[in-house]
Design a binder for this molecule. Structure first.
Ligand SMILES: CC(=O)SCCNC(=O)CCNC(=O)[C@H](O)C(C)(C)COP(=O)(O)OP(=O)(O)OC[C@H]1O[C@@H](n2cnc3c(N)ncnc32)[C@H](O)[C@@H]1OP(=O)(O)O
Ligand SMILES: O=CC(=O)O
Ligand SMILES: [Mg+2]
Length: 532
């Protein structure tokens, strides 16, 4: 174990913390968080600064390139380490927040694996984060259960459950309720640290191990940081290097240019890459937002068959299989539609087609957002992939260039698209402020990544005063007109008196500021986090 100079007495709770969750925040666990913070927080902050420097380069009109300094890694003949037995077949992965009921439902859903999410689909209130850790602990000790007396329902684990993976928060998010040496802790390190501290022993006894999804990486040096965090934690907890496993989300445009490098940095721990399509679209718009003539059409016109999205997903498959790891697909946003069988059938058909495309392209697995979609995805993967995975599919036929990865999708920007972005963005922000990180809106799953697309598009269209399909220019005046109109609609729908019991007033202000500010906010959750 390494010597540290900070002690747990250097850790304080923010004054608004009233529940210290003594079973989760034990003295020993806090010592571990302090050690992680001391060793890795400064590096985390400097990686975030590097992101800002990179943005300045993009703002000058530059585009990403395959890095010259790592050519030998890209061209080298090497493979990542072994995939453990319980991660070899990941044909259907269900995802969802760390809510107690949803954890039980997801583990029982029939999916091969379950990604318990402290990121895109969790609003990181102190309660959500701490209770989430308790729920994960209870899931691993198989003691998790829940009674819902109002609905007369009991929730218990089935004999056979999905393999558990956990997604900690991204590097950009602080945990403001924990102050270490007067600095806010890192959300990533708190989520990761508490999880491995409390669960490693039990998981190893159960024949599995702590498995992670690592979100929003922008550079291979961020993968290196995570690798060092894994190594440090494994040594601290006295388990062998390579015990923990990671699947990295490829959900930033810059990561696509460094796939081999990311795998290489994490090669003792990595078992897969995943196409996080929603954040990827967000990142694409965000990074090139200041490029001349860069306009991405309405959100619903950007799909997995848009050339830049197709290029990226195929490159992920090719690169993963070359290095012996799994290429997991992404999330179709459709969820089951109650009380409208025809619309439901259409939604399910969209999911089916998406999964068919993924498996035929060579993906080894995919994501679903809802238990009722497990069967749809399973049957597509079973049909086209009878074996556990398709690592043998090399996709050497695919040649993806730097240009292919950034090709601007064709389409239109419409007033309806603007209205939808405002409406969905506000509804999501309001829910997030109340502690809900994933919601169903207009029969689609919305979470932080999809909401980011909405507000980033508005910012970018407004800044560039794009010409809409109807020939009008999207000026500030037009934005204000539409925004006020959309607010009116929400107020009418909810009723003046009900609005007072919601977070809409704050959501209106926050969302409007995100859109009209001269300075682009890197993540909408950063200003919103001040309010939860
Ligand atoms: C871009 C990305 O990062 S994608 C990954 C992150 N996002 C997600 O994981 C979103 C996951 N999905 C969800 O959170 C939910 O499906 C929502 C919020 C979209 C819709 O949830 P609901 O409105 O509760 O849906 P619905 O009423 O149809 O749920 C029916 C049942 O399924 C359960 N359920 C729904 N989705 C899930 C899920 N993902 N995992 C586990 N259980 C679920 C509900 O809890 C409910 O259970 P119950 O019958 O025992 O009460
Ligand atoms: O995290 C997944 C995404 O699509 O974003
Ligand atoms: Mg994401």
């Amino acid at each position: 174990m390494e010597n540290t100079t900070l002690k747990s007495s250097d850790l304080n709770f923010a004054k608004e913390v009233t529940n210290h969750y003594p079973e989760i925040l034990t003295d020993e666990a806090l010592d571990f968080l302090v050690a992680l913070h001391e060793k890795f927080n400064t590096q985390r902050l400097s990686l975030l600064e590097k992101r800002e420097e990179q943005q300045k380069v993009f703002d000058q009109g530059k585009l990403p390139e395959f890095p010259s300094e790592t050519k030998s890694i890209r061209e080298g003949d090497w493979k990542a380490g072994e995939i453990p037995h319980d991660l070899k077949d990941r044909r259907v992965e269900i995802t969802g927040p760390v809510d107690r009921k949803m954890i039980i439902n997801a583990l029982n859903s029939g999916a091969k694996t379950f990604m318990a999410d402290l990121e895109d689909s969790t609003s990181p209130t102190w309660k959500n984060v701490m209770e989430g850790q308790q729920n994960l602990f209870d899931a691993n000790t198989k003691t998790i259960s829940l009674e819902d007396p109002k609905r007369g329902k009991s929730y218990n684990l089935k004999a056979e459950t999905a393999v558990l993976l956990v997604r900690p928060r991204g590097l950009h998010l602080n945990e403001k309720h924990l102050l270490i040496n007067e600095e806010e802790a890192s959300g990533s390190l708190v989520d990761f640290g508490l999880y491995v501290f409390h669960n490693t022993k039990t998981m190893l006894e159960n024949g599995t191990a702590p498995y992670f999804y690592l979100p929003k990486l922008e550079h291979y040096k961020e993968a290196r940081w995570w690798n060092e965090v894994f190594n440090f934690a494994q040594e601290y907890l006295e388990v062998p290097v390579g015990t923990f496993k990671a699947t990295v989300l490829v959900e930033t445009i810059t990561a696509s240019f460094q796939l081999d490098e990311i795998i290489y940095e994490l090669k003792d721990h990595i078992v897969g890459l995943n196409c996080g399509r929603w954040d990827y679209i967000f990142s694409y718009i965000k990074k090139f937002r200041n490029h001349k003539d860069f306009v991405v059409p309405n959100r619903d016109q950007v799909t997995m068959t848009s050339p830049f999205m197709e290029a990226y997903s195929k490159l992920v498959i090719q690169c993963c299989h070359k290095r012996g790891i799994l290429a997991i697909g992404g999330m179709a946003a459709q969820i089951p539609i109650k009380n409208n069988p025809r619309a439901n059938e259409e939604a399910i058909e969209k999911v089916r087609k998406d999964k068919e495309r993924e498996v035929k392209n060579g993906h080894d697995g995919t994501w679903v957002a809802h238990p009722a979609l497990v069967e749809v995805a399973l049957s597509e993967f079973n049909k086209h992939m009878p074996q556990a995975n398709q690592l043998e599919v090399s996709r050497d036929d695919v040649q993806i260039s730097e240009k292919d990865l950034v090709e601007i999708p064709e389409g239109t920007v419409t007033e309806a698209g603007i209205r939808k972005n405002i409406n969905v963005g506000i509804l999501y922000t309001e829910a997030w402020l109340r502690g809900y990180g994933a919601v169903a809106l207009y029969n689609l799953m919305e979470d932080a990544a999809t909401a980011e697309i909405s507000r980033t598009q508005l910012w970018q269209w407004l800044k560039n005063e794009v010409i809409l399909e109807n020939g009008r220019k999207f000026t500030m005046e037009l934005y204000i007109d539409i925004f006020e109109d959309e607010i009116e609609k929400i107020i009418t729908e909810y009723g003046e008196s009900n609005i007072k019991n919601t977070k809409f007033e704050l959501a209106f202000k926050l969302f409007d500021k995100l859109v009209i500010s001269e300075r682009f906010e890197e993540f909408l959750t950063l200003p919103a986090y001040k309010h939860i």
